[in-house]
Design a protein around this ligand. Structure first.
Ligand SMILES: [Zn+2]
Length: 280
């Protein structure tokens, strides 16, 4: 059974639609803030420092050298191998997500330049069915790593995901092994893979490709874990630590290498990439 079809695919550019609302209210501090100012500061509240949600496009913009991004994603969209229906049929869920996000799938793969270093970049968008990894995302990530091998450039993956996409069942779980295998090829080619975990990085994504970086950076405030807190608590019938699955908990327990503020992420990526590239 084919898992992909290539019609309906649309490429991403970073042009922004004009926004009618000039002002927004910060949910954390209640202040009315000027949207333009928020955008120019990586979607951080100028009053209280709260991080607002970033779409994949906004995330890309916040990390790369200006105008360096080219969408090189595979022209594929998800099939419905299980004819899956929950509250609505899976194909309808995909179509609605496409309409709401303007994206073909839950990840964008592109070539870009970060601190003057050419990279291949994959960025997930949580708005698209929770950034879940189905057969398309798995294939896109592998495609990105293969492109990185072809270009002899580092691979950077920015995760924002609830985990494997339930609607594709075993096809989704398979992506954990598939992405891990292609990641092995990247290592054999001695090309660096930098994984950036953002809020949230969980489930099958955290348990596979996102945790396989040579360096794993978490954005401050990232939630990092496999199963949900309640599920684990009910399973083991024990109270979990208060800071369980926070960025600092993950750092303390060796799951990640560092926690970086959003406003420092671009510079930090530049530093880490520079270390690998100049050392070669
Ligand atoms: Zn605020």
């Amino acid at each position: 059974m084919p898992i992909f079809k290539d019609k309906h695919y649309f490429r991403v550019n970073l042009e922004r639609e004009p926004d009618e609302n000039l002002w927004m209210t910060c949910k954390a501090c209640g202040e009315l803030v000027f949207k333009q100012r928020v955008r120019e500061s990586d979607n951080i509240c100028p009053h209280c420092g709260e991080y607002f949600f970033l779409t994949a496009k906004e995330r890309i913009e916040s990390l790369i050298d200006e105008r360096s991004f080219v969408d090189i994603s595979q022209p594929i969209v998800a099939e419905d191998p299980l004819s899956f229906v929950d509250s609505k049929p899976y194909p309808q869920r995909i179509e609605e997500a496409q309409e709401a996000t303007g994206l073909a799938g839950a990840i964008i793969i592109g070539s870009a330049v970060i601190s003057s270093i050419p990279v291949v970049l994959g960025v997930m968008d949580f708005r698209f069915i929770g950034g879940s990894m189905g057969s398309v995302m798995g294939e896109q990530i592998c495609h990105g790593m293969e492109e990185a091998i072809g270009r002899r450039s580092p691979f950077v993956l920015v995760s924002s995901s609830g985990g494997a996409r339930i609607q594709e069942g075993i096809f989704s779980l398979l992506q954990m092994a598939k992405t891990a295998a292609v990641r092995g090829r990247l290592a054999a080619e001695r090309l660096p893979f930098i994984s950036v975990m953002t809020y949230p990085t969980s489930g099958g994504v955290q348990a596979s490709i996102a945790s396989l970086g040579d360096v794993i950076i978490a954005e401050r405030g990232a939630m990092i874990g496999f199963a949900g807190r309640r599920v684990i608590q009910n399973t083991i019938a024990e109270e979990l630590p208060k800071d369980y699955q926070t960025d600092l908990f993950a750092l303390e327990h060796g799951l990640i290498d560092r926690v970086v503020k959003r406003e420092d992420l671009r510079a930090e990526l530049g530093n880490v990439l520079g270390f690998f590239v100049e050392g070669r």
